[in-house]
Design a protein around this ligand. Structure first.
Ligand code: IVH
Length: 681
């Protein structure tokens, strides 16, 4: 392929990918499979790598991120980003309508919209391209988060049709409830702090420094307000319908309302229906439809006079605390869960609420049999927000956090600065053992689904397994004939299920197949605390074999992108344990992958045999891209500086200790331009 051919193929792929992005993320009408989509994107990324000069700023390859922003630049808003005045009573809406009619007369019509509970964003489009994305900030200036916003698939990077030359469109970035639940579940499994609700998760994600990390989170965005100098629309409603045509995600859930009755109908309908939405809303926004009348009404210092927000009351209910269970997870963390008198909340019957940790119980001052207020946010399991102390029985005692593990009776421990209590009996506490093996076989780890649905429990109860390595010693005769009782949930008889020929063979077959699972997933599967999928990937990139990783000291580990003190300590502790060393050597003997397969394609030999340490943050490329380029040109990435190091590729914020060491050893420190020159531009 020559340059001209590459250029036209890139253009073709760009259009095709943009079209499918829009079909999938905006219209929710996918036309091709995820696999086919990934293939198109992969082809584009490869071509752009080969011909970097052909990569455009609006290329859909930008969606995967890679830019690292140290500090977000504060930029002024073209038009101030005001908020809306909030009302909690219907009377205030009646008053608003009266005020409006008094000023502009009875010809007014309104648009009612959902009030999305996320993070406000202002997007600037110039000549059809997304040129800047800014958070609200203090209303007059906000943070430039363009690189992160470009990863949100439902936000068009390039518009279609007949759009104005330059305009700003505002909307709300949000975290869909199901993705939020998955995010927190995976953070919990990795021992990370949980986000309190989808809004916090959206805000936290938008401020991540590495846009590649943002791209992996599933943010979404509704657009609801357009502004610009030479817009030709007469009404707000019309402007949004047009914006939809250009490719924006504009909600279909809006209505033109001619009077206060229609407004209340919209408010009431959505108060019931909102629990079915896949994202959170916290109210309804009512806007005067005509732009001309909006202008006539104008603004107060804080908000427009032509719009108002009606806020729903939080979906909450009162119920009684029956008891508190303490559950032990695979990391040994003990989570308290409240059993409640069943109560209807937002369309579902609630029987349990999470209490998270001991601090929450103390903050609530929870007593036995208390009457509690529960609230449903984006989470499936609701939480207790307060206790109605005036209804407390004088005799009731404080709920006490258990001091011993509810499963193995070992005294619990708590690390300084952490909220959770842990059972330290990692080697013998049953839910920890089963939890680790269940994590090992889970889909994103070794993906041995024939061992799902309670089979681990059965094997454990029969003393056949107590760690992942035992799985690979299982023989047909161990499995065949094993029986399990399935408890009846409907009051009928329990059922007995036994492993027959097929089940036993399937288990052995999928164990065999799992030996092909790549090193990075095997490392994740080991269940080292704080080593989630991404961290496992970073570690395997920096240490391409488990032997190298096991030998890495604290300094070498924290020298790796995204690896901090806490992860480094956890990795070292894990590998120091003789039981873990034995498990790894047995897994190795069974043939699991403990080395990275080199997948990057060679472009030149200009760095042949050179050991290079990458450190700091770069302006022209991400740290991962630098490492990839090193390999593509025959070099080797090493994590710590030694006499064998040939170059240190240094960006901003390179640690002073590293610089000193390199200088002491006389190793050349090169910046990004010198590096690019080395590999031929
Ligand atoms: S219109 C000048 N429409 O609520 C007013 N805002 O307190 C522009 N919000 O800052 C805002 N859904 O973050 C508008 N359909 C919607 C909205 C909405 C959510 C947020 C937005 C705004 C805040 C007002």
């Amino acid at each position: 392929m020559n340059v001209a051919e590459a250029k036209s193929r890139i253009e073709q792929l760009t259009n095709e990918i943009n079209r499918h992005n829009h079909l999938y993320y905006v219209l929710a009408e996918p036309a091709i499979s995820d696999y086919q989509f990934d293939k198109l994107l992969e082809e584009l990324i490869q071509l752009e790598k080969q011909y970097p000069e052909l990569q455009k700023a609006d290329s859909p390859s930008q969606r995967v991120g890679g830019m690292v922003t140290k500090e977000f630049e504060t930029v002024p808003h073209r038009y101030p980003m005001l908020s809306l005045s909030n009302s909690y009573s219907e009377q205030e809406i009646v008053d608003f309508d009266k005020r409006v009619r008094k000023i502009i007369g009875d010809e007014v019509t309104y648009v009612c919209e959902l009030k999305y509970d996320g993070v406000a964003i202002s997007l600037l489009y110039e000549k059809g391209f997304l040129s800047r994305a800014v958070t609200r900030g203090d209303g007059s200036k906000g943070d430039d988060v363009t690189a992160n916003v470009k990863t949100i698939r439902s936000i068009p990077l390039r518009l279609k049709g007949n759009y104005p030359e330059s305009f700003e469109i505002r909307g709300e970035i949000f975290y869909p409830n199901e993705s939020f639940r998955q995010l927190n579940a995976s953070r919990e499994a990795d021992g990370l702090n949980l986000f309190a609700n989808p809004r916090n998760a959206a805000a936290g994600t938008l401020k991540l420094q590495n846009s590649a990390q943002v791209a992996r989170r599933k943010l979404d965005c509704w657009l609801y307000y357009m502004m610009g100098e030479n817009l030709t629309f007469q009404t707000h409603y019309e402007s949004l319908q047009q914006a939809r045509e250009w490719g924006f995600k504009v909600s279909p859930n809006m209505a033109i309302c001619a009077n206060i009755h229609e407004i209340f109908e919209f408010i009431h309908d959505w108060d019931t229906a909102r629990s079915q939405l896949p994202y959170d809303i916290d109210g309804i926004v009512i806007k005067v439809n005509s732009f001309h009348l909006q202008q006539e009404l104008g603004f107060t210092a804080k908000s427009p006079r032509w719009a108002i927000a009606y806020k729903y009351k939080a979906e909450e209910a009162n119920t009684r605390l029956l008891s508190v269970d303490f559950q032990v997870g695979r990391t040994g963390a003990v989570t308290p869960v409240a059993n409640l008198e069943p109560v209807l909340l937002a369309g579902t019957t609630v029987k349990r609420a999470t209490l998270h940790n001991a601090d929450i119980i103390a903050q609530l001052d929870l007593h036995e049999k208390d009457t509690v207020v529960i609230e449903k946010g984006g989470e499936i399991i609701p939480k207790i927000t307060s206790v109605l102390t005036e209804l407390r029985l004088p005799s009731s005692k404080k709920v006490r956090f258990v001091e011993n593990c509810p499963e193995c009776r070992t005294p619990l421990e708590r690390n300084e600065g952490e909220a959770a209590w842990y059972c330290p009996n990692q080697q013998a506490c049953p839910p920890q053992i089963k939890g680790r093996i269940e994590h090992f076989i889970s889909r994103k780890a070794m993906d041995i689904d024939s061992l799902g649905e309670g089979k681990i429990e059965l094997l454990f109860d029969n003393h056949l397994i107590k760690n992942p390595a035992d799985l690979y010693d299982l023989r047909y005769e161990d499995l065949f004939g094993l029986e399990k009782i399935i408890k009846a949930t409907d009051g009928g008889n329990d059922r007995k299920v036994s492993f027959r020929e097929k089940t036993s063979q399937n288990i052995l077959k999928s164990l065999e197949l799992s030996k092909e699972i790549p090193y990075e997933r095997v490392l994740f599967a080991l269940g080292i605390r704080f080593v989630g999928e991404t961290v496992a990937k970073r570690l395997t990139e920096a240490f391409p074999s488990i032997d190298q990783l096991m030998q890495a000291d604290h300094n070498a580990l924290i020298g790796v992108n995204e690896i901090g003190e806490r992860i480094a300590d956890s990795v070292i502790t894990f590998f120091q344990h003789p039981d873990n060393q034995l498990i790894i050597s047995r897994l190795k003997a069974h043939g699991l992958q403990f080395e990275a397969k080199n997948t990057s394609t060679r472009i030149s030999n200009s760095l042949e045999g050179k050991n290079i340490v990458v450190s700091g943050i770069f302006k022209k490329f991400s740290r991962d891209a630098a490492k990839e380029m090193i390999e593509q040109h025959g070099g080797k990435n090493t994590s710590s500086i030694s006499a064998k190091t040939d170059y240190v590729l240094a960006g901003d914020q390179m640690g002073p200790a590293k610089r000193e060491k390199a200088e002491k050893l006389g190793i050349p420190i090169i910046d990004e331009d010198a590096f690019l020159a080395l590999i031929g531009g």
